[in-house]
Write a protein that binds this ligand. Structure first.
Ligand SMILES: Nc1ncnc2c1ncn2[C@@H]1O[C@H](COP(=O)(O)OP(=O)(O)OP(=O)(O)O)[C@@H](O)[C@H]1O
Length: 341
């Protein structure tokens, strides 16, 4: 179902947590709200859920104005980082919980949930663990059960607030792959709140970058990375060197712009061991081995530091060493008219 948010605002005291946000989320898409802590992501999600009341603006779900509708009337499934499973219920009972409640409300017989619960156990790949209690599961398994519980009522929208936030990096990565497959299968319109840009890049059809309660940019992961709309987006998504335009790196090349700051991605810094063209001399001050890439910290003659990422094969060819003199050139650089806000 399409979700439309129009000029939505929410204040806590004098603090604008969500400030005139407008968005359109297309049916079946997975959209990530990405931003630093305190940027208003969770508040926006809670407004869509109906857990907070907006001060101004409207929320439309499938064309219906739900701004003043209760949580129950919005047909939404939630998974929060700290929204624990019921400890005294088994996995099966946890998944069935919302369904049983629905049966009760709609005057239907119990039992109806059985087949649905088995189907969901299949979907989350925990077929053998239906009779376990939450304390007998790993953190990743618990979050999968939480997702199955949210999906059980066949929500028209799924809202996920840092669903893998408390888990370690390896489990998070596995669950990301799993959530991607699950979303392709059930295809429910989903909003995912995360502060993890890798998670957003990997999972989302579209990313909404938030900053200070406002939307900085909406776009596909590629658009956000390759065509950042602002200095904030460029520095928030992916590593970047931010240098004054007076830096010696830009003398003698076309990147010497009028903007006060110039942004260069570490993989756009070309390193050679011999002087070529307008390349600037620099010294290797640190080498960090990141597996397939090596991060070289280089010091320019004006004392500025700049990071360059070098692919393993290239590194093996040029064989850099600490304190070595090299020559660097930006392959690509970007400026913003606001001057690096
Ligand atoms: N109930 C509340 N009362 C007062 N201030 C609040 C309340 N809820 C949120 N805030 C404030 O609103 C701002 C936005 O909070 P929100 O939780 O939406 O941010 P977030 O981007 O989700 O951050 P995080 O990633 O840390 O969860 C924060 O400064 C927060 O302190």
């Amino acid at each position: 179902m399409t979700i439309v948010v129009e000029n939505l605002s929410k204040q806590f005291g004098n603090f604008k947590a969500v400030d005139q946000v407008s968005l359109e989320i297309k049916p079946g898409k997975l959209v990530a709200l990405l931003g630093a802590s305190g940027s208003g992501k969770s508040t926006l999600l809670r407004l869509v859920a109906g857990l907070e009341q907006a001060d101004a603006g409207r929320i439309l779900i499938a064309g219906q104005d739900v701004t003043f509708k209760s949580v129950q009337d919005r047909g939404i499934g939630f998974v929060f980082q700290h929204y624990a499973l019921f400890k005294h219920l088994t996995v099966r009972e946890n998944i069935a919980f919302g369904l049983e409640l629905q049966n009760l409300q709609q005057g239907r017989k119990k039992g109806r949930s059985k087949a649905k619960v088995e189907e969901l156990l299949d979907l989350i790949q925990l077929q053998g663990l239906g009779n376990r209690y939450p304390s007998q599961l790993s953190g990743g398994q618990r979050q999968r059960v939480a997702l199955a519980r949210a999906l059980a009522i066949e929500p028209s929208i799924l809202l996920l607030d840092e669903p893998f936030g408390a888990l370690d990096a390896k489990v998070r990565k596995d669950l990301r792959g799993w959530l991607h497959r699950l979303h392709t299968e059930v295809n429910v319109t989903t909003i995912l709140v995360t502060h993890d840009q890798e998670e957003a890049m990997e999972l989302a059809d579209e990313i909404v970058v938030m900053n200070n309660g406002k939307v900085e940019q909406v776009g596909s992961p590629t658009e956000i990375y390759d065509q950042p709309a602002s200095a904030f987006v460029m520095s928030f998504i992916g590593p970047v060197n931010i240098l004054p335009s007076s830096s010696c790196l830009f003398q003698g090349n076309t990147f010497n712009a009028v903007a006060p700051k110039i942004f260069v991605r570490p993989h756009d810094v070309v390193i050679t061991t011999q002087p070529i063209g307008a390349a600037t001399p620099a010294k290797v001050s640190r080498l960090v081995h990141l597996g397939r890439e090596i991060q070289a910290e280089l010091t320019l003659s004006d004392g500025q530091n700049i990071n360059a990422n070098i692919r393993r094969e290239h590194f093996d060819q040029i064989r850099l060493e600490l304190e070595q003199q090299v020559y660097i050139q930006p392959k690509f650089a970007k400026t913003f008219s606001s001057g690096g806000r």
